[in-house]
Write a protein that binds this ligand. Structure first.
Ligand code: ZN
Length: 139
């Protein structure tokens, strides 16, 4: 449903050091768990829970943001594939998981959620470095 943010939306809030950029209708942030390097969330700024609730203009802008972010991840990390996922089961506020994938990563070629692991949270300094590298790769 469209509406206002609730406590589940806060699951999408990352530490300030993880901020990358404000795009057209979204905010790009580095995901807290960097087991898969470059894993980002692209979060719609306005609260909505289903893509069909968006106006065509916002939907188009959202897809453009997805492509712009993914292209930056491609430049910054040289993955062989980028995974795109929109689930919303834990936080229904529209957000995309953008995950650069490499043949050597611990879940390859399965979805990243199939690999049980401890979160690898980067230090604030490291998060800022990675966020800056992605920011510089945005065009
Ligand atoms: Zn929300």
């Amino acid at each position: 449903m469209r509406g206002t943010c609730d406590e589940r939306c806060r699951l999408l809030e990352m530490p300030a050091d993880h901020a990358i950029a404000e795009l057209s209708v979204t905010r790009l942030v580095l995901y807290e768990d960097q087991t898969f390097p470059g894993y980002c969330l692209l979060v719609l700024r306005d609260h909505a829970t289903e893509l069909f609730q968006l106006t065509p203009a916002v939907r188009t802008a959202l897809v453009e943001d997805v492509c712009r972010a993914a292209e930056a991840l491609q430049r910054a990390f040289r993955p062989i594939k980028i995974n795109y996922a929109v689930l919303g089961n834990q936080s229904p506020h529209i957000h995309w998981h953008l995950v650069p994938r490499h043949p050597g990563d611990p879940a390859w070629p399965r979805p990243v959620w199939t690999h049980a692991h401890e979160k690898q949270v980067p230090s604030p300094g490291r998060a800022r470095e990675v966020a800056q590298a992605i920011r510089e790769a945005l065009r």
